[in-house]
Ligand binder design. Structure first.
Ligand SMILES: Nc1nc2c(ncn2[C@@H]2O[C@H](COP(=O)(O)OP(=O)(O)OP(=O)(O)O)[C@@H](O)[C@H]2O)c(=O)[nH]1
Ligand SMILES: [Mg+2]
Length: 394
């Protein structure tokens, strides 16, 4: 398997850093550069942790502990100053150790542990990046159940199940993957609406801090402001935008910036879900025709804000296609749990069963697309075998 090392802890200074050293001859390298405390010879049995020093010739580099995690697998815990970490890595490199990034080392060690199970290796890599605990549950479930189980089943039944049935199931997995995506990789929510409806106040209420400027002047927000927020099972990037009012732009109102409005439309178009924020305390809904056209085809949730004031808006007068609106008071932070629940339902993520098979890497997605795209995929057996055993990226 060779001999390689990676810094497993994040970049920058920290109290402790961990270097993983892997390879059959790793103990030989350590015998050369590690001196255990108490004048004992180094002992490299699995489960043993030793305190000592990394040395470079006669010079002491750092005090460390070294844990032997298995045959040829060591974790060197040194002090977290990046200069010390770099010096130890150079020392290892000088003794023939190949230096890798943490992700590549994880890919190689996982592949060595489960050489025939590409999805299991991808699970281990995906778990380092997943955005929410719920997402981690979904990814972990794909190791034995979920996609792994489905692919094992396809392998066994490949000669007896009609290819169009496999294509149908692959299509279902692709749709379920799309539902799981906001939980696993995060999603974008755009706060859109006419000026002064409380978009920035809502961003601040969801973020729990003053991210965006709030005033009672229309057109306060010009440049967009975003914040990463955990909402139930979702990891959401919430983007507060400039109030949209094409009529005011056309009438030349100075306070409404056309460039800011154009940016709001761009953000709206790229969002997974648009929260259309309206003012419940005003009788008129100022949703102009252009905004309505832009919203067509997007997932939209109408939010009636300022519910702490006397309601003057008739929800029945809202344009069709906006679904059931949610009432909140962003200023008093009430109704936010209902809003988060409605967001989950609109995106279809509420009660997502973690054991549902999903594709969570571009490799898996591309192979499933090939399985699903034709009613009779050209060679389903080969595609299924590649899903199970094929090389992964990285
Ligand atoms: N009573 C009440 N006032 C609110 C509420 N939310 C926002 N406001 C007030 O409404 C005014 C506008 O709020 P903003 O959050 O700046 O509105 P906006 O939609 O970001 O406005 P623009 O950036 O100009 O488009 C401020 O005076 C807020 O204090 C609410 O839930 N209740
Ligand atoms: Mg604003």
């Amino acid at each position: 398997m060779g001999l390689f090392a990676a810094v497993m802890t994040g970049p920058g200074a920290g109290a402790i850093a961990t270097i993983q050293l892997v390879g059959e001859s790793a103990h030989g390298v350590l015998s050369d550069i590690f001196r255990p405390s108490g004048d004992r010879p180094p002992a490299f049995e699995t489960g043993r942790i030793q305190l000592g020093h990394i040395v470079d010739g006669g010079e002491m580099v750092d005090q460390v502990t070294i844990g032997c995690e298995g045959p040829g697998t060591f974790a060197i815990h040194c002090h977290g100053n990046p200069l010390i970490v770099e010096r130890i890595m150079k020392l290892l490199q000088g003794r023939g150790v190949e230096l890798l990034g943490a992700e590549r080392l994880l890919a190689r060690t996982s592949a060595a542990e489960r050489p025939d199970d590409s999805i299991a290796v991808e699970v281990k890599l995906a778990l380092t990046k997943v955005k929410t605990l719920e997402g981690a549950r979904i990814i972990a479930a794909q190791m034995e159940g979920g996609l792994s189980q489905k692919v094992r089943q396809w392998s066994l039944e490949i000669d007896s199940v009609p290819p169009d049935e496999i294509a149908r199931q692959a299509g279902q997995i692709r749709r379920d993957s799309e539902i799981a995506r906001p939980i696993v990789s995060g999603c974008t929510l755009a706060l859109i609406g006419p000026p002064n409806t409380g978009k920035s106040t809502l961003l601040n209420a969801l973020a729990g801090c003053e991210k965006a400027i709030v005033t009672d002047v229309e057109g306060t927000t010009r440049d967009w402001v975003s914040c990463e927020i955990l909402m139930g099972p979702l990891a959401a990037t919430v983007i507060d935008t400039a109030g949209l009012d094409a009529d005011a732009v056309a009438a030349g109102h100075d306070e409404i910036d056309p460039a800011a409005q154009a940016r709001s439309v761009e953000i709206l178009q790229g969002a997974d879900l648009v929260l259309l924020i309206l003012d419940l305390s005003r009788p008129q809904v100022r949703i102009d025709r252009k905004l309505l056209e832009t919203l067509a085809g997007k997932r939209v949730l109408a939010v009636l804000n300022k519910s702490d004031l006397p309601p003057r808006l008739d929800p029945g007068a809202l344009p069709a296609g906006l679904g059931t609106p949610v009432r909140i008071s962003a200023k008093q932070a009430t109704g936010l749990d209902d809003l988060i629940g409605a967001i989950g339902r609109t995106l279809g993520v509420a009660d997502f069963d973690p054991h549902t098979p999903i594709a969570f890497t571009p490799r898996q997605q591309a192979l499933l697309e090939r399985l699903a795209s034709a009613a009779t995929p050209s060679d389903p057996a080969a595609i299924v075998a590649t899903l199970r055993h094929g090389p992964i990226e990285g």
